[in-house]
Design a protein around this ligand. Structure first.
Ligand SMILES: Cc1cc2nc3c(=O)[nH]c(=O)nc-3n(C[C@H](O)[C@H](O)[C@H](O)COP(=O)(O)O)c2cc1C
Length: 204
């Protein structure tokens, strides 16, 4: 089987882990996988905090209600997005627009209905970029024999306060990572993803 689809098919949210720690070089490889994810305008919105020290793990475990994947994982990656990168990017675009010989002139661009070019930046942009990095990390973990689970249900304020993380860094998830204690069955499928063209053809 080709390796990428094998990792995708073998990834199942794992909530029970062995106590065995995750080797530092595997953590580095996961972060490298995140770094290589595609990113809108090539901006690095993604931030990862590696949590593997007992006193820090205790804080995130309690923040995650002492249950589920975070309760047992020897490694938790706090997966975040820096939402403060809009300003410098807008400034760069404005500088480009005021260049007498711009590489390309955005002000001349028009959509099919004549709308001027709109810069689609903002929080969603940061979250999309960071989310891509998260699944790169997870699939890389699976490819190296690890397992994990995304966990969004935790008391964000408790984690933010403990690690003194500023407000412009948003949390996407705690990613619980480790060696699975037992095989995890595949979850039921998520149904049809292909969106029908709209309006549907009444003639079928
Ligand atoms: C963004 C996100 C947040 C999630 N949050 C939680 C969570 O808080 N707790 C949990 O046990 N699982 C969480 N999950 C795991 C999902 O429950 C799981 O992906 C889903 O049931 C499908 O199962 P599978 O991952 O094994 O295919 C989360 C998954 C994603 C992608």
């Amino acid at each position: 089987m080709r390796p990428i689809i094998a990792a995708i098919q073998n990834r199942h949210s794992t909530r029970n882990f062995l106590a065995q720690p995750v080797e530092p070089e595997l953590i580095d490889t996961m972060i490298e996988a995140a770094r290589l994810a595609p990113a809108a305008c090539n901006l690095s919105h993604h931030r990862v905090l590696v949590i593997d020290q007992p006193e820090d793990l205790e804080v995130v475990r309690r923040a995650a209600y002492s249950m589920g994947a975070v309760a047992e994982a020897p490694l938790v990656l706090l997966h975040m997005a820096d939402t403060s990168l809009d300003e410098p990017f807008r400034a760069m675009m404005e500088a480009m627009a005021s260049d007498p010989n711009p590489a390309f002139d955005l002000s001349k661009l028009r959509s099919g209905r004549g709308a001027p070019f709109q810069l689609r930046v903002g929080r969603e942009w940061a979250l999309v970029n960071a989310a891509l990095c998260g699944e790169h990390m997870m699939l890389q973990a699976v490819e190296m024999g690890l397992s994990g689970c995304w966990v969004h249900h935790f008391a964000h304020d408790e984690v933010r306060e403990h690690f003194a993380i500023p407000a412009h860094i948003e949390f996407l998830a705690l990613m619980a990572i480790g060696y699975a204690a037992k095989p995890v069955p595949a979850s039921p499928g998520r149904g049809e993803l292909r969106y029908p063209r709209y309006p549907a053809n009444p003639a079928g």
